[in-house]
Design a binder for this molecule. Structure first.
Ligand code: AMP
Length: 216
Protein backbone atom coordinates (compact mmCIF):
# COMPACT_ATOMS: atom_id res chain seq x y z
CA UNK A 1 0.00 0.00 0.00
CA UNK A 2 1.46 3.34 -1.02
CA UNK A 3 -0.57 6.24 0.34
CA UNK A 4 -0.46 10.00 0.29
CA UNK A 5 -2.16 11.95 3.08
CA UNK A 6 -3.07 15.40 1.81
CA UNK A 7 -4.41 18.32 3.78
CA UNK A 8 -3.54 21.59 5.49
CA UNK A 9 -1.49 21.80 8.70
CA UNK A 10 -3.53 20.56 11.66
CA UNK A 11 -5.91 18.47 9.52
CA UNK A 12 -4.97 15.26 11.34
CA UNK A 13 -2.63 13.66 8.80
CA UNK A 14 0.00 12.76 11.39
CA UNK A 15 -2.54 11.36 13.86
CA UNK A 16 -4.18 9.19 11.23
CA UNK A 17 -0.80 8.17 9.78
CA UNK A 18 0.19 6.83 13.22
CA UNK A 19 -2.96 4.71 13.31
CA UNK A 20 -2.30 3.34 9.81
CA UNK A 21 1.25 2.47 10.89
CA UNK A 22 -0.08 0.52 13.88
CA UNK A 23 -2.79 -1.31 11.94
CA UNK A 24 -1.02 -1.96 8.63
CA UNK A 25 2.64 -2.06 9.60
CA UNK A 26 3.88 0.30 6.90
CA UNK A 27 6.08 3.28 7.82
CA UNK A 28 5.02 6.92 8.02
CA UNK A 29 7.26 9.17 5.95
CA UNK A 30 6.70 12.68 7.26
CA UNK A 31 8.90 15.22 5.49
CA UNK A 32 8.15 17.68 8.33
CA UNK A 33 9.50 15.19 10.91
CA UNK A 34 12.53 14.40 8.74
CA UNK A 35 13.32 18.08 8.28
CA UNK A 36 12.90 18.80 12.01
CA UNK A 37 15.29 15.91 12.73
CA UNK A 38 17.78 17.45 10.28
CA UNK A 39 17.42 20.85 11.98
CA UNK A 40 17.99 19.29 15.43
CA UNK A 41 20.98 17.32 14.17
CA UNK A 42 22.46 20.49 12.63
CA UNK A 43 23.06 18.89 9.22
CA UNK A 44 23.59 21.00 6.08
CA UNK A 45 20.00 20.35 5.04
CA UNK A 46 18.82 21.30 8.52
CA UNK A 47 20.77 24.56 8.44
CA UNK A 48 19.27 25.46 5.06
CA UNK A 49 15.75 24.48 6.09
CA UNK A 50 15.45 26.08 9.53
CA UNK A 51 14.69 29.70 8.61
CA UNK A 52 12.29 28.63 5.87
CA UNK A 53 10.37 26.36 8.25
CA UNK A 54 10.26 28.99 11.00
CA UNK A 55 8.68 31.39 8.47
CA UNK A 56 6.05 28.82 7.49
CA UNK A 57 7.33 28.67 3.91
CA UNK A 58 8.24 25.62 1.88
CA UNK A 59 11.69 24.07 1.80
CA UNK A 60 12.96 23.70 -1.78
CA UNK A 61 11.51 20.95 -3.93
CA UNK A 62 15.03 19.75 -4.64
CA UNK A 63 15.79 19.10 -0.96
CA UNK A 64 12.55 17.34 -0.04
CA UNK A 65 12.46 15.24 -3.21
CA UNK A 66 16.01 14.03 -2.47
CA UNK A 67 15.05 13.17 1.13
CA UNK A 68 11.98 11.18 0.11
CA UNK A 69 13.69 9.46 -2.78
CA UNK A 70 16.41 8.19 -0.45
CA UNK A 71 13.91 7.19 2.24
CA UNK A 72 11.65 5.06 0.04
CA UNK A 73 14.65 2.99 -0.99
CA UNK A 74 15.01 1.74 2.60
CA UNK A 75 14.01 -1.89 3.19
CA UNK A 76 11.13 -1.02 5.55
CA UNK A 77 9.35 0.68 2.63
CA UNK A 78 9.32 -2.48 0.52
CA UNK A 79 5.70 -3.30 1.39
CA UNK A 80 4.47 0.24 1.17
CA UNK A 81 4.54 3.56 2.99
CA UNK A 82 2.49 6.57 3.99
CA UNK A 83 3.59 9.92 2.64
CA UNK A 84 2.57 12.57 5.19
CA UNK A 85 3.18 16.18 4.18
CA UNK A 86 4.68 15.23 0.83
CA UNK A 87 4.11 15.98 -2.02
CA UNK A 88 3.24 19.61 -1.32
CA UNK A 89 3.76 21.17 -4.76
CA UNK A 90 2.98 20.09 -8.31
CA UNK A 91 6.72 19.67 -8.92
CA UNK A 92 6.89 17.27 -5.96
CA UNK A 93 3.81 15.41 -7.22
CA UNK A 94 5.38 14.90 -10.64
CA UNK A 95 8.61 13.79 -8.97
CA UNK A 96 6.69 11.30 -6.84
CA UNK A 97 5.14 9.80 -9.91
CA UNK A 98 8.52 9.56 -11.65
CA UNK A 99 10.14 8.02 -8.55
CA UNK A 100 7.48 5.35 -8.27
CA UNK A 101 7.44 4.64 -11.99
CA UNK A 102 11.22 4.17 -11.97
CA UNK A 103 10.75 1.47 -9.33
CA UNK A 104 7.84 -0.13 -11.22
CA UNK A 105 5.46 0.93 -8.43
CA UNK A 106 2.15 2.72 -8.39
CA UNK A 107 0.28 4.91 -5.98
CA UNK A 108 -2.62 3.22 -4.15
CA UNK A 109 -4.64 6.25 -3.10
CA UNK A 110 -4.48 9.88 -1.98
CA UNK A 111 -6.60 10.69 1.07
CA UNK A 112 -7.54 14.34 1.45
CA UNK A 113 -8.49 15.64 4.92
CA UNK A 114 -11.04 18.46 4.83
CA UNK A 115 -11.04 20.86 7.78
CA UNK A 116 -12.01 24.54 7.87
CA UNK A 117 -9.47 27.23 8.70
CA UNK A 118 -10.82 28.28 12.12
CA UNK A 119 -10.61 24.69 13.34
CA UNK A 120 -7.09 24.27 11.91
CA UNK A 121 -5.87 27.38 13.74
CA UNK A 122 -7.51 26.18 16.98
CA UNK A 123 -5.93 22.74 16.68
CA UNK A 124 -2.45 23.96 15.88
CA UNK A 125 -2.53 26.57 18.69
CA UNK A 126 -3.19 23.80 21.25
CA UNK A 127 -0.87 21.17 19.83
CA UNK A 128 2.16 19.79 21.70
CA UNK A 129 4.09 16.55 21.66
CA UNK A 130 6.16 14.26 23.82
CA UNK A 131 9.81 15.32 23.63
CA UNK A 132 10.90 11.70 23.83
CA UNK A 133 8.64 9.63 21.54
CA UNK A 134 6.87 12.35 19.54
CA UNK A 135 3.31 11.35 20.49
CA UNK A 136 1.07 14.28 19.73
CA UNK A 137 -1.37 15.82 22.25
CA UNK A 138 -3.69 18.81 22.42
CA UNK A 139 -4.46 21.17 25.32
CA UNK A 140 -8.16 20.25 25.29
CA UNK A 141 -8.81 17.64 22.56
CA UNK A 142 -6.29 14.98 23.54
CA UNK A 143 -4.66 15.20 26.96
CA UNK A 144 -2.53 12.40 28.43
CA UNK A 145 -4.44 9.97 30.70
CA UNK A 146 -2.18 10.95 33.63
CA UNK A 147 -1.56 14.69 33.61
CA UNK A 148 1.94 15.56 32.42
CA UNK A 149 2.91 11.97 31.60
CA UNK A 150 3.12 10.65 28.03
CA UNK A 151 0.64 7.78 27.49
CA UNK A 152 3.01 5.99 25.18
CA UNK A 153 6.47 6.22 26.75
CA UNK A 154 5.95 7.70 30.23
CA UNK A 155 8.15 10.73 29.62
CA UNK A 156 7.27 13.95 31.45
CA UNK A 157 8.90 16.21 28.88
CA UNK A 158 6.78 17.87 26.24
CA UNK A 159 7.44 20.46 23.55
CA UNK A 160 5.65 22.75 21.12
CA UNK A 161 6.69 23.32 17.53
CA UNK A 162 8.09 26.80 16.92
CA UNK A 163 5.92 27.11 13.78
CA UNK A 164 2.68 26.26 15.64
CA UNK A 165 1.93 29.90 16.47
CA UNK A 166 -0.90 32.00 14.97
CA UNK A 167 1.34 34.20 12.76
CA UNK A 168 3.28 31.33 11.20
CA UNK A 169 0.09 29.31 10.90
CA UNK A 170 -1.43 32.08 8.75
CA UNK A 171 1.59 31.88 6.44
CA UNK A 172 1.42 28.06 6.35
CA UNK A 173 -2.25 28.14 5.39
CA UNK A 174 -1.57 30.64 2.60
CA UNK A 175 1.19 28.39 1.29
CA UNK A 176 -1.15 25.39 1.50
CA UNK A 177 -3.89 27.03 -0.59
CA UNK A 178 -1.44 28.42 -3.14
CA UNK A 179 1.04 25.58 -3.56
CA UNK A 180 -0.54 22.39 -2.23
CA UNK A 181 -4.29 22.57 -2.83
CA UNK A 182 -3.79 22.27 -6.63
CA UNK A 183 -2.81 18.66 -5.88
CA UNK A 184 -6.46 17.94 -5.06
CA UNK A 185 -7.37 18.47 -8.74
CA UNK A 186 -4.18 16.77 -9.90
CA UNK A 187 -5.01 13.51 -8.09
CA UNK A 188 -8.73 13.77 -8.73
CA UNK A 189 -7.99 13.83 -12.47
CA UNK A 190 -5.93 10.66 -12.03
CA UNK A 191 -8.80 8.94 -10.22
CA UNK A 192 -6.69 8.59 -7.06
CA UNK A 193 -8.36 11.09 -4.74
CA UNK A 194 -10.61 10.19 -1.81
CA UNK A 195 -11.73 12.79 0.72
CA UNK A 196 -12.63 12.47 4.38
CA UNK A 197 -14.32 14.88 6.78
CA UNK A 198 -11.39 15.79 9.00
CA UNK A 199 -13.60 17.74 11.44
CA UNK A 200 -15.14 14.56 12.79
CA UNK A 201 -13.95 12.79 15.97
CA UNK A 202 -10.53 11.14 15.59
CA UNK A 203 -12.03 7.61 15.74
CA UNK A 204 -14.65 8.52 13.17
CA UNK A 205 -11.98 9.81 10.79
CA UNK A 206 -10.02 6.60 11.34
CA UNK A 207 -13.12 4.59 10.41
CA UNK A 208 -13.50 6.61 7.20
CA UNK A 209 -9.83 6.10 6.35
CA UNK A 210 -10.06 2.35 7.02
CA UNK A 211 -13.13 2.16 4.83
CA UNK A 212 -11.13 3.70 1.97
CA UNK A 213 -8.17 1.36 2.56
CA UNK A 214 -10.44 -1.70 2.69
CA UNK A 215 -11.51 -1.02 -0.89
CA UNK A 216 -8.00 -0.95 -2.37
P1 AMP B 1 4.79 19.75 8.64
O1 AMP B 1 5.36 19.04 9.82
O2 AMP B 1 4.31 18.81 7.57
O3 AMP B 1 3.75 20.78 9.02
O4 AMP B 1 6.00 20.57 7.99
C1 AMP B 1 6.67 21.58 8.70
C2 AMP B 1 7.46 22.45 7.74
O5 AMP B 1 8.45 21.66 7.08
C3 AMP B 1 6.66 23.09 6.62
O6 AMP B 1 6.00 24.29 7.02
C4 AMP B 1 7.74 23.33 5.58
O7 AMP B 1 8.54 24.44 5.92
C5 AMP B 1 8.60 22.07 5.73
N1 AMP B 1 8.12 20.97 4.85
C6 AMP B 1 7.59 19.79 5.24
N2 AMP B 1 7.27 19.03 4.19
C7 AMP B 1 7.60 19.76 3.09
C8 AMP B 1 7.48 19.54 1.69
N3 AMP B 1 6.97 18.41 1.19
N4 AMP B 1 7.93 20.52 0.85
C9 AMP B 1 8.46 21.65 1.33
N5 AMP B 1 8.58 21.94 2.63
C10 AMP B 1 8.16 21.00 3.52
Amino acid sequence: MRLILLGPPGAGKGTQAQRIVEKHGIPQLSTGDMLRAAVNAGTDVGKRAKAVMDAGKLVSDEIVIAIVSERIDQPDCANGFILDGFPRTLVQADATEAMLRAKGLGLSVVIEFRVDDDELVRRVAGRYSCAQCGSVYHDTDKVPAAEGVCDKCGSTHFKRRPDDNPETMTARLQVYYKETSPLIGYYHAKGKLRSVDGIAEIDQVTAEVENILSKL
